[in-house]
Design a protein around this ligand. Structure first.
Ligand SMILES: [Zn+2]
Length: 395
């Protein structure tokens, strides 16, 4: 049973620099320093990288993300329950956050039908007709046993008009209430497969609410109020990086993040490039996830301290330098751009593996630098220098 005296997680902020915060998020599966980047493990795997590497000092990832939608469709909840939950199924003992499936279903576009009850859609796996609702999403996330559960939301398109966005936002709010009720029922029933004892924590899952409202600042503020009224362990900004201009995205973050509860973690969903992360931290965000480091790693693109670098470019044919001369990851310590380019041009799977490793190391290391800078009061300088270096196209 969930006890209010012992929370599902603890969040302590130990340094601030204007809106930027550095802190420690304590989950039932260990401590996570914030601001934090969470690698995305959609189908129970962070694509192209072994869990040992995620845990290695190179990366030291403390929390990864997984997808309710994907795991629910395949392998299915019965398989994961039989294995004793997602942590055991995939062999990962650190913290896991699962999204609710709302965004994946939304991104199916014309293949879905939304009603007050939930969303009906065709499975991308076998074409079968499926139905996802706040209650089912909470049930699936309890069966997965993730440490942080996301409320089931509806996402309006980035350029949606005021009326459409308002309708969608109010639906998200009603679904958030239903998510919380269902979530609490499942915690009380002991449906959470990931329950573990942890000092001064309840052992229960934590539940985050999601602020929607597309690009409309008035609706974003209302959505924030509605979400805080329901009450969650943490708060997320959803529905960004879905086709709106970048300036609009930062306008929303700047307006909403500082107004979010000070004492709770703030999570910006699905964003973004390394510079987006640094800019969002400056506006008060604590948690991030994005597929960019892994997805781009599979297509030959490296993120470096001197900007993005396409390893397929002929100019690297004989280049003996590492991907990033300021990166200390095991790939940069060992391999040249020339070799990585050769692997990529030859279609070798090692190309994806090595680029993914470096990209994740770069994202995680950037956040390490951000935390240090906030703690030492140097964040404005860090931000200026970090952004200034990025225009060099890898040179
Ligand atoms: Zn590297």
């Amino acid at each position: 049973m969930r006890n209010i005296e012992t929370p599902a997680l603890r969040f302590e902020i130990n340094a601030r620099d204007s809106e930027a915060r550095a802190g420690v998020l304590t989950t039932r599966r260990g401590q996570i320093e914030t601001p934090v980047f969470m690698p995305v493990g959609t189908a129970g795997t962070v694509k192209g990288i072994r869990f040992e590497e995620l845990e290695s000092p190179d990366l030291d990832a403390r929390i990864i993300l997984s997808n309710t939608y994907h795991l629910w469709l395949r392998p299915g909840i019965d398989v994961i329950k039989a294995a004793g939950g997602l942590h055991r199924f995939i062999g990962w003992d650190h913290a896991l956050l699962t999204d609710s499936g709302g965004f994946q279903v939304w991104s199916l576009g014309a293949l879905r039908r939304i009603t007050e009850d939930g969303t009906e859609f065709r499975s991308h796996v076998d074409g079968s007709l499926r139905f996802l609702s706040p209650e089912i999403s909470m049930e699936v996330q309890a069966a997965l046993g993730s440490d942080i559960v996301m409320a089931f939301d509806e996402c309006a398109p980035g350029k949606a008009g005021h009326e459409e966005t308002e309708r969608s936002m109010n639906l998200t709010s009603r679904w958030a209430k239903r998510s919380k009720i269902a979530f609490e029922g499942l915690q009380a029933e002991g449906a959470d497969t990931g329950r573990v004892e942890a000092e001064s924590l309840s052992g229960a899952q934590a539940l985050f609410g999601i602020v929607q409202g597309a690009a409309h600042l008035d609706l974003r503020r209302i959505s924030l109020e509605q979400t805080v009224d329901i009450g969650f362990d943490g708060y997320a900004i959803g529905g960004l990086s879905v086709g709106e201009e970048k300036s609009v995205m930062f306008e929303v973050i700047e307006e909403i993040a500082p107004r979010m509860p000070q004492e709770a973690p703030r999570y910006l969903m699905g964003v973004g490039t390394p510079e987006d992360l640094v800019e969002a931290v400056a506006r008060g965000v604590d948690m991030f996830d994005c597929v960019l480091p892994t997805r781009n790693g599979r297509t030959g693109q490296a993120f470096t301290s001197r900007g993005k670098l396409n390893i397929k470019n002929a100019r690297w044919t004989n280049d003996s330098r590492p991907l990033d001369e300021s990166c200390a990851c095991s790939v940069c310590r060992r391999h040249s751009r020339a070799y990585l380019r050769h692997l990529c041009m030859s279609g070798e799977m090692l190309a994806s593996i090595l680029l993914t490793h470096h990209n994740l190391a770069f994202f995680l290391d950037t956040m390490r630098g951000v935390r240090q800078a906030i703690r030492s009061g140097d964040f404005p300088k860090f931000r200026r220098e970090f952004t200034g270096r990025l225009d060099a196209n890898g040179e």
